[in-house]
Design a binder for this molecule. Structure first.
Ligand SMILES: C[S@@+](CC[C@H](N)C(=O)[O-])C[C@H]1O[C@@H](n2cnc3c(N)ncnc32)[C@H](O)[C@@H]1O
Length: 340
């Protein structure tokens, strides 16, 4: 039986057509390659040095005194330390123990120890445990502090540990974490003991309560941190939208609490009602962050880099927080109830 494949004229036609298509594509590509300028700004890739950046901050930042991301992030942590009265005075030689949760890549570790170290009267010793839930972040943080003693010139580091664990579930911590944190129990008074949470508690699932209770009741620790709260003026619609945004940010549905609920939860977990300070600092947080994200998007675009959909969405979300005032950035300090 004769088919069209046995027809030499037909096969030759197909091959000629395919060859012509390939030649046409090569000609068009060559035309575009030759007609464009080869020297734009792409060669930035050849000029960068690894690691690309020394710091890996990722908090909301406190922008009152700087428009630079690194400085704003550092300032946000300092603001908390100042609110808790750890810096801003001449200091005291009483030892300090800090359980620092949600440390990201550990940049705040340097800020905290550096601040304490430069007090006029430094503490006799400092004990520090930093926790992040993310293994990659722990790796970056640990690489920075392979010789932790270099972090301080004047204060004795009694112990220093960076560990990976879910700080929202202290009762499930592995032995390594329990024993690092357990050391805090042994410290005699008047050691100043603090739980520090910089811009991370809204992620804690099911809630902030287990870590607050554990820190207050098991370790006798005061609390200081920066966090997000729901405004008491937020309408039902704004509350629902804020909660939905929270879920998209990886937070539990009830992550954003009103100030009064926040207050009550702290008291229920073992903190002294009259000692609690919740300070709204949104004015110097959201607008600065939004302006920075806009600038960074433009700067990166000049080198052909995209800021990425996630950060663009974040810019919109923080822009909405700033204009609606439905979600507030706060600093919080609470002293543990004294049992003696
Ligand atoms: C917005 S970032 C802030 C990072 C850091 N505090 C800073 O100022 O750069 C939130 C951090 O909390 C950490 N985190 C979230 N949930 C956590 C949990 N359950 N336990 C420990 N860390 C957690 C995240 O991995 C991230 O490092």
């Amino acid at each position: 039986m004769t088919t069209w494949l046995n027809d030499p004229t037909f096969v030759a036609g197909i091959l000629t057509g395919a060859a012509a298509t390939v030649i046409l594509l090569i000609t068009i590509s060559a035309y575009f390659l030759l007609s464009r300028d080869n020297y734009g700004l792409d060669h930035w890739k050849l000029n960068v040095q690894a690691p690309l950046t020394e710091t890996m901050w990722m908090n909301l930042g406190y922008w009152e005194f700087s428009s630079k991301f690194i400085e704003a992030c550092d300032a946000y942590v300092r603001l908390v330390l100042r609110t808790a009265d750890i810096i801003g005075n001449q200091g005291s030689d009483q030892p300090i123990a800090i359980l620092d949760i949600g440390i990201g890549c550990g940049d705040q570790t340097r800020t905290i120890i550096g601040c304490i170290d430069t007090l006029t009267v430094p503490p006799k010793f400092l004990s520090y445990v930093g926790i992040t839930i993310n293994q990659a972040q722990l790796r970056v943080a640990s690489q920075k502090y392979q010789t932790p003693r270099a972090l301080t010139k004047r204060t004795t580091l009694d112990s220093f540990h960076l560990v990976c664990a879910d700080a929202s579930k202290p009762h499930n911590w592995p032995e390594e974490v329990k024993s690092a944190v357990g050391k805090f129990k042994e410290y005699e008074k008047p050691t100043r003991k603090w739980l520090l949470a910089s811009d991370c508690l809204y992620h804690f699932s099911p809630s902030r309560k287990p870590i607050w209770q554990y820190a207050a009741r098991n370790l006798g620790m005061n609390f200081m941190g920066s966090d997000l709260c729901l405004s008491k003026t937020a309408t039902w619609r704004e509350t629902m939208l804020a909660r939905l945004i929270g879920v998209l940010m990886g937070c539990p549905w009830k992550a954003f609490l009103m100030e009064e609920e926040y207050w009550e939860q702290l008291v229920a977990c073992g903190y002294e009602r009259d000692s609690i300070i919740i300070k709204d600092v949104s004015e110097h947080v959201f607008p600065g962050l939004v302006a920075f994200l806009e600038r960074q998007d433009k700067v990166l675009a000049e080198s052909g880099i995209s800021l990425g959909g996630g950060f663009r969405l974040a810019r919109r979300v923080f822009g909405w927080f700033a204009t609606s005032k439905a979600v507030r950035a706060v600093t919080v300090v609470a002293k543990v109830v004294k049992n003696d």
